[in-house]
Write a new protein. Structure first.
Length: 427
């Protein structure tokens, strides 16, 4: 639903899946009915249709929600974990499109294009160089040096800008220093020492804490404070709408701390076909785009290819990647194209003490051997994933015994949240 690229349907069918495409964006009741009617095991969606606890609880066949985008705010992840529904996104495929939009905004703002074009169109001939800048030689502050931030930094460097950055994780800092960029000591330091700032933060920081409001509290007023008076003082946010309030940005622009800004994301964004009120409507120096960072003809088929691969690998080999419970986790036993025919047991279970042991014992009790296994606790969501290669498949009775034993041992009715027996495809 929400119209992912049709490339997705072809790839899933080629991988042996049945696909039902829903045009448009259903409300909660309709979504629940659709999932039940088709006994759907995987839901593919973009960022708008909410997947609530009620929908998840009612969808007994659902094993996974695959987001055809990065943002995962539309899914109740705690509810998904509680019901053993794995949630996946695509953290990489649309990066380039966002990078190009950031550069487009940066150059457009530095030349006042958003004001100049409509004025010129209506007959106003303003050739003044006032508040029009080259970006070459200016300092770009990149807040968040992940997948997108680092691509923006490289492109800006190619355009002659100096790059400073700040990131709370060690690995991106190493990458930035390796490129010869300057590491700021804090968000405030980055803002004060940059002529232009572009924000590419994820929703949470290295400790899993929400970044909601990280740029509030007067921070935006400090942009370019340590730069010369004629600094362009441009601000871009193409990452998350909740990093600052609309009021904070309006205030910083209206007081002249920021000369111009562009935003692609908002504290409140509408669902499909819903009306929207631009919180920056009164301020022409803040340019707005409707969350189109990833909306390019190139990005959508790229996303389709990646998410199809993620789900086919999950379905056929139990592999886990791009799981929003921990984006850095990768659990895999077999590679596509491997010999095939192996028996796999893929279990999502509670992190309650003793639950993992029940899985191991169930394999043993059934007289099967665990040939190799990988395991991951997603502690903050209370769910774990276990993938084991076993020398013979468990039968239905043995699986029921596994579920029952986990329930008895832990006192948790939902200790075992999903149990899948897979046979790796032979090519
Ligand atoms: N506008 C759009 O259409 C669009 C499209 C794609 C992605 N996005 C958004 O862009 C953002 C960046 O995407 P990405 O793929 O580069 O993500 P990423 O996870 O690769 O990078 C985010 C970086 O921010 C850093 N970070 C997080 N919190 C921090 C904090 N408080 N202080 C310092 N550093 C912090 C992380 O350590 C990480 O290196 C995401 O929020 C994503 O949702 C927007």
């Amino acid at each position: 639903m929400e119209e992912p690229s049709p490339v997705l349907d072809d790839l899933l069918r080629a991988g042996g899946m049945d696909v039902v495409r829903y045009e448009g964006s259903p409300d909660e009741d309709r979504l629940r009915a659709l999932l039940a009617e088709h006994r759907s095991q995987v839901l593919f969606k973009r960022s708008q249709v909410p997947v609530s606890e009620d929908v998840i609880a009612a969808s007994e066949h659902l094993l996974a929600v695959q987001l055809c985008c990065i943002g995962d705010d539309s899914v109740d992840k705690e509810a998904a974990a509680a019901h053993g529904v794995m949630v996946f996104n695509d953290p990489v495929s649309n990066g380039r499109s966002v990078v190009e939009l950031a550069l487009a905004h940066l150059i457009a703002l530095s030349r006042r294009l958003y004001e100049t074009e409509p004025a010129c169109r209506s007959g106003r001939w303003d050739k003044s160089s006032s508040e029009r800048y080259e970006i070459r030689g200016k300092t770009l502050g990149v807040l968040g040096l992940g997948n997108i931030g680092r691509q923006v930094a490289r492109a800006a460097e190619d355009l002659g800008m100096h790059v400073r950055f700040y990131d709370s994780r060690h690995a991106p800092c190493e990458v930035g220093l390796e490129f010869g960029w300057e590491l700021a000591t804090s968000v405030r330091d980055l803002l004060r020492t940059s002529d232009c700032v572009t924000v590419h933060l994820s929703a949470t920081d290295v400790h899993g804490r929400s970044n909601r409001g990280v740029l509030d509290g007067g921070l935006l007023h400090e942009l370019g404070a340590d730069r010369p008076d004629e600094s362009p003082r441009i601000f871009l946010n193409l990452s998350r709408g909740f990093l600052h309030s609309a009021e904070s940005l309006l205030d910083a622009v209206e007081r002249g701390a920021i000369r111009r800004a562009a935003v692609d994301v908002y504290p409140k964004e509408p669902g499909l076909d819903q009306a929207w009120t631009n919180p920056y409507a009164r301020e022409p120096r803040i340019a707005v785009t409707p969350h189109i960072g990833a909306a390019t003809l190139e990005a959508q088929p790229r996303i389709a290819r990646r998410v199809a691969h993620t789900i086919l690998q999950f379905a056929q080999y139990g592999t886990l990647r791009d799981c929003v419970f921990d984006p850095r986790a990768r659990l895999q036993l077999l590679e596509e194209g491997a010999r095939g025919g192996q028996n796999l047991l893929a279990v999502a279970h509670a992190t309650t003490r003793g639950t993992k042991r029940v899985v191991d014992e169930a394999i043993y009790d059934a007289g099967a051997s665990n040939l190799s296994s990988v395991h991951r606790d997603f502690e903050s969501y209370g769910i774990a994933y276990e993938l084991a290669e076993i020398d013979r498949p468990l039968d239905e009775r043995e699986v029921r015994a596994l579920v029952e034993k986990a329930r008895t041992l832990t006192g948790d009715d939902r200790a075992m949240r999903s149990v899948r027996l897979l046979r790796a495809p032979t090519s």
